[in-house]
Design a protein around this ligand. Structure first.
Ligand code: ADP
Ligand code: MG
Length: 335
């Protein structure tokens, strides 16, 4: 037997501990519940845990700022001061709201009613879809809530950094755009660390940064809206793109054989019924893709498709309730 004892046993213990903790300080993937959904960030090599910490810290911060259901945040203050007074808010909130109002303006009809309307909060609250008090409201309640949805009654004062809702009872809801904004911010942060490839998945709102390590395209599955989560109708191949889906399967309840889902019509006050089960947008800005997935879903196939032809670099996959699938010309759904 060789009596090899280069180090005393306590030193060996500390060396093992040091190696172990060095390993622990790196991670390849992290998943957490934030922004009302399961969010995961995945890299293709181990990265310092601090990177995950800062990306998730940013997601938590944006969740606090952009959620319409957090008492005490700036959005809540804007809603509580509707019809009363302008409220000073952070620049990012104005940035997201301004973009939301842009999508309202491009989705408006002849009467000025917008398919995508960030002032739909009173109606969203009334239905409570996905929450404990979800229910089909009475017609007069829907009428009253609809009267409080009007994107033209939002006043942004850029110089003062304030937002004012003109009618008492009006409520902003940024649920259709917030995750996209958060995905863009996460991507920005990741790139600022010099990292070239990652997959950000904020509850199906995906930002695919760079390419696969071999330079190939990522294959991203498109959920079959009629089957359980993780069953795909096909996949698309993308490099450096974002994919965002809006669908009837995300949040809904069923009553009397009818599915009431969470994308509401600013015209009828009911969940949008137009034969679509989902719309996936493939684009460059996740905030825009998020807003557009909801916008195009709410507009329906014809108007939605027409809107997209005017937005270069943006593609879409439409899935209908008869099982058919249509895509815009610049995207291929592989089987
Ligand atoms: P997800 O939240 O599943 O990503 P969406 O991006 O389509 O889905 O956003 C749906 C959410 O947007 C709803 O839960 C609600 O908060 C809000 N919303 C519902 N209808 C509209 C609408 N017509 N315009 C703008 N926002 C809406
Ligand atoms: Mg959306």
């Amino acid at each position: 037997m060789l009596p090899v004892r280069c180090f005393p046993s306590w030193a060996v213990f500390f060396i093992i501990l040091a190696v172990f903790s060095a390993c622990e300080k790196k991670q390849i993937q992290r998943t957490d519940f934030v922004l009302g959904t399961v969010c995961s960030i995945r890299f293709f090599k181990n990265v310092p845990v601090e990177l995950f910490d800062s990306v998730f810290a940013s997601l938590y911060e944006l969740d606090d700022m952009l959620s319409a259901n957090k008492a005490g945040n700036e959005l809540d203050a804007v809603n509580k001061n509707a019809g009363l007074a302008p409220v000073a808010v952070r620049y990012e909130l104005i940035e997201v709201l301004s973009r939301a109002l842009y999508f309202a303006s491009i989705s408006r009809d002849a009467e000025g009613r917008a398919a995508f309307d960030p002032t739909i909060g009173a109606l969203v609250k009334l239905w409570g879809i996905g929450g404990e008090n979800q229910r089909v409201p009475a017609p007069d309640e829907i009428g009253a809530a609809l009267a409080l949805c009007n994107w033209r009654d939002v006043e942004i004062n850029q110089a003062d950094g304030t937002v004012f809702l003109k009618q008492k009872g009006m409520r902003l809801d940024l649920g259709a755009i917030a995750k996209g904004f958060a995905a863009d911010k996460a991507a920005e942060l990741i790139r600022s660390f010099g990292i070239e490839r990652a997959i950000i998945d904020l509850g199906g709102n995906i930002a695919a940064i760079g390419t696969k390590p071999d330079g190939g395209a990522y294959r991203i599955g498109i959920q079959d809206p009629s089957r359980e989560r993780g069953t795909y109708v096909g996949f698309v191949e993308v490099r450096n793109k974002t994919l965002v889906t809006s669908g009837t399967y995300e949040r809904f309840f069923e009553e009397g054989g009818v599915r009431y889902h969470h994308i509401l019509s600013s015209e009828t006050g009911f969940p949008v019924q137009n034969g679509l089960l989902s719309v996936t947008i493939v684009g460059d800005s996740s905030m825009d893709a998020d807003a557009l997935s909801t916008t195009v879903f709410a507009l329906g196939w014809e108007k939605g498709n027409a809107l997209l032809t005017g937005i270069p670099g943006t593609e879409a996959i439409f899935i209908f309730d008869d099982g058919s699938v249509r895509t815009t010309s610049g995207v291929t759904l592989h089987q």
